[in-house]
Design a binder for this molecule. Sequence first.
Ligand code: NAP
Length: 419
Amino acid sequence: MSHTEPSLPPLPALGEIPERMLAAVIRRERYGPPIEAFRLESVATPRPGPGQVLVAIVAAGINFNGVWASLGNPVDTIALHRQRGEELDYHIAGSDGSGVVWAVGDGVRHVSPGDEVILSGAQWDESAEDIRLGIDPLASRSHRVWGYERNHGSFAQFSVVDEYQCHPKPPSLGWEEAGCFLVTAATAYRQLCGWSPHTVRPGDPVLVWGGAGGLGSMAIQVVARRGGEPVVVVSGADRADHCRRLGAVGVIDRREFHHWGRVPPEQDGAAYAAWRDGVRAFNHAIWDVLGRRVNPSLVLEHPGRDTLPTSLYVCDNGGMVVTCGATTGYDADIDLRYLWMRQKRLQGSHFASTQECRAVIRMVSTGAMTPCLSRTVDFRQIGEAHQLMHDNRHPPGQMAVRINPPPVGGRTRGSGGRA
Ligand SMILES: NC(=O)c1ccc[n+]([C@@H]2O[C@H](COP(=O)([O-])OP(=O)(O)OC[C@H]3O[C@@H](n4cnc5c(N)ncnc54)[C@H](OP(=O)(O)O)[C@@H]3O)[C@@H](O)[C@H]2O)c1
């Protein structure tokens, strides 16, 4: 980051909205590696509209939405905002955060200035017709990811959110812990517990890709707390140790296998045979970990192209592969024979409901789960932290960025009840 960046202005009095604020800004001309894309700039402070809340962000979580936003791919977020009538020519990313409610718009009833909150990363239109007809808001046509498909995410001194995105910050959590885990924990929780009847039950083996990553670290713990057996995949010994500490029954190092990516056509005999041998060897590695010849009833997917064919192959008959991402590519192969002949389910899953967010906040606040905060960086290092994630060189767990100093005199309202 350059030395000419503006410095962090002090927060005004509670309830006052300053004209300008410091934000980590992405512009179209900088789309590319995160280290280049993020710059600290002084920009206009957003104002809360009806039903909205202005939050002074104390800490924000680093997750993949910031990487995708930096790259401008697969979504050109700034073009998207402009198509929707927004005039700003920049994007403020950040889909995880903790902070203090600073001001509220008309009609806000459940939070007030001074409340300490954790923010969840999904927005929808509560008056949308499909929601009024009873659809899960996450499946609503109006659903958008805050800090990605919607502007004014958490990488700024102030952010505007909808009221329902505010969850009471448990007093037991520090600001960085509170701000770093909700995107991954709630997403993993929904993947593992939200798609009945394919939910984790005691004794269920569950395959977790990227066990030392954000999703993986949370998923291992959810599986273990529900009595399942997390079989985890990583690259590297330090990552394997991290997963064992969280409750993995065994860890497989994916660097010992070479069949990843698109599946060669069967007509290409030698290449297909090599793929089949690779996936069978990987399946054996799962049996070795479990100490019995049984396949995972659930597979927590997110790498995409590199792993989806393997996920579908090793998933048990009648089991489910549940995916929320495609870090290595969207064009993944599906051999439909394995899907229908063995009656498997391939399920898409996207973030989490308010109720699921509350469930994981409660698990973290009571110590049933750790947020796995690995590192807190200064606001000026936000590009570097995202670059580590982009390059898969980030430490096991989740990183946070510190933004405003914690205001004194904030109010915590307990850990919140069930949603
Ligand atoms: N839809 C949603 O609501 C939602 C929510 C959260 C995340 N996501 C998506 O899920 C993905 C992962 O997010 P995250 O926060 O867990 O990221 P992360 O912290 O970077 O963890 C991802 C893990 O994937 C593993 N990985 C990397 N390349 C791989 C490959 N070629 N094959 C197998 N594993 C590989 C890495 O572990 P090893 O190198 O140790 O194997 C890494 O630790 C991202 O694409 C993100 O956008 C979606």
